[in-house]
Design a protein around this ligand. Structure first.
Ligand code: TYD
Ligand code: MG
Length: 456
């Protein structure tokens, strides 16, 4: 009896927290009613500890290990290569997460097409679509070579056999939630199945030096279904962001063992698949109103790349006792804080005003460097005075209204100049870091009131 009891464990279906007894609330992520009972992974564990017996491995000197950097394989999609840190590393495990219908299968099929055309042997395994459905999608995307093999299968022991037999260099698993390993008895998509399946795939990737892309669906909270466990098992985690209704998609690296994180790739969904957007700033600023109040262009860093976006504010008299404040694409609390700074330090009486803020294009920005732009757009809308249309602002705003320095100011200035902006408002503390001459007027400001005096 005791054995039976100990062979099941409880997993949180949101974060993967493991517990030996059931609880109403997960102690790790604090969500309610998410603990589900599953078989303990006893069988798999004994296999793993079994392999440890036998000879003891010798540690090697770091100097004797080759880096393998030269072995990077380009996917032929440069936006994706950048997010991966300069191409795909052979033997790596990449998790691609995102909402349903956002373009995960499409992007990976495009990767398969490019790789197979350059002579790479690729195996695309789908547990969700039939061969003819994949073919229909492939026809929209373009020409495919014979090097791309398709397989509809969900049993991982079969999949391992097929990989061993055909020896592909790259494997795509679409999606991890449909796969099952027969060593675990719970249903596909459950935490222990997903974890075990990933483990098997990781062993295949490392042992046979196969690059594996895993598609993972996300929960409504925005994490890969079930497991954060899965996130720390794989080498790279890429997330698709963006509105399903807007045509652009952003692929962001949130974890990367082979490159920097928070790097983004921008794509546009077209009739023939995802196309790269080489100059995202230009794309985001498309259709910007000129000479209207409440609009300010800001420069935020997305990974190593500066990106210009338009912040829009609409401040108007409230018809109700409690004014409404709403923010899309930026943190609501940050907007409230900046409006409080404007009230207290500048003396703008906005207590009876509604305020709506929006980042045009549907981007989500959370870098403090956009503070100054938010403040200026609010003031511009409140005073109904447009800001110069060729102006870009960046800088972090502190609680005393000071404008603090931000990182990589030089890159931001260069990007703004490249896109033809001629007035750049920046923190005065950043001025000494800017070298070289630019075809633009650099307006250095020490606090918000100075910025308002100089701009609107
Ligand atoms: P898909 O890659 O199937 O999403 P996921 O695998 O993340 O669930 O993307 C499907 C969406 O993309 C669907 O709404 C149709 C659209 N789409 C295009 O607009 N153009 C195309 O060429 C393709 C293949 C899909
Ligand atoms: Mg899909």
């Amino acid at each position: 009896m005791a054995k039976g009891r100990s062979s099941t464990v409880f997993f949180c279906s949101e974060c993967g927290y493991e517990s030996s007894k059931w609880m109403g609330q997960c102690p790790a992520c604090k969500s309610w009613n998410t603990l589900v009972e599953e078989q303990a992974a006893g069988a798999a564990l004994s296999v793993r500890s079994g392999s440890r017996r036998g000879s003891i491995p010798e540690p090697v000197s770091v100097a004797a290990v080759s880096a393998g950097e030269a072995g990077r394989v380009l996917t032929g999609i440069s936006e994706l290569d950048r997010v991966l840190g300069g191409g795909m590393v052979p033997g790596s495990l990449v998790l691609v997460g995102g909402d349903p219908g956002i373009g995960k299968s499409t992007l990976l099929l495009q990767v398969c097409r490019n790789l197979s055309q350059s002579g790479h042997k690729v195996l695309y395994i789908s547990g969700e679509e039939s061969l003819s459905q994949i073919k229909m999608r492939a026809l929209r995307i373009g020409e495919f070579s014979d090097n791309l093999l398709l397989l509809c299968e969900t049993d991982l022991s079969v999949i391992s056999e097929v990989i061993r037999k055909h020896k592909p260099e790259t494997v795509v698993i679409d999606s991890i939630q449909t796969m099952y390993a027969d060593t675990v008895t719970s249903a596909p998509g459950s935490v222990s199945q997903v974890r075990e399946a990933t483990n098997i795939l990781m062993n295949i990737a490392k042992k046979d030096t196969v690059s594996v892309f895993i598609v993972g669906h996300v929960t409504k909270e925005g994490t890969v279904a079930g497991p954060r466990v899965l996130e720390h098992m794989v080498d790279t985690v890429l997330y698709f962001e963006g509105d399903r209704f807007a045509s652009y998609r952003i692929v962001r690296a949130v974890k990367n063992r082979f490159g920097s994180t928070n790097e983004i790739g921008v794509f546009e969904m077209r009739g023939d698949g995802l196309c790269e957007v080489a100059n995202p700033s230009e794309y985001m600023l498309n259709g910007r109103p000129e000479g209207e109040s409440g609009s300010c262009v800001v420069c935020a860093m997305e990974g190593s790349r500066p990106m210009l976006v338009e912040v829009q504010a609409l401040v108007c008299r409230s018809n109700f006792g409690i004014p409404r404040r709403q923010a899309t694409g930026i943190d609501f609390n940050r907007v409230n804080l900046l409006m409080a700074v404007l009230e207290k330090r500048i003396g703008l009486k906005m207590g009876d005003c509604d305020a709506y803020l929006n980042v045009a294009g549907g981007m989500k920005m959370n870098e403090p460097a956009i503070d100054l732009g938010i403040a200026l757009s609010v003031v511009s809308s409140f005073k109904n005075r447009p800001l110069p249309s060729d102006m870009v602002a960046f800088g972090e705003v502190g609680l005393s209204g000071e404008v603090r320095s931000v990182s990589l100011a030089q890159n931001r200035v260069a990007e703004a100049v490249k896109l033809g902006f001629t007035k750049i408002v920046l923190p005065s503390a950043n001025m000494k870091g800017i070298t070289g001459s630019y075809d633009a007027q650099l307006i250095s400001v020490a606090n918000v009131s100075e910025a308002i005096d100089k701009c609107c």
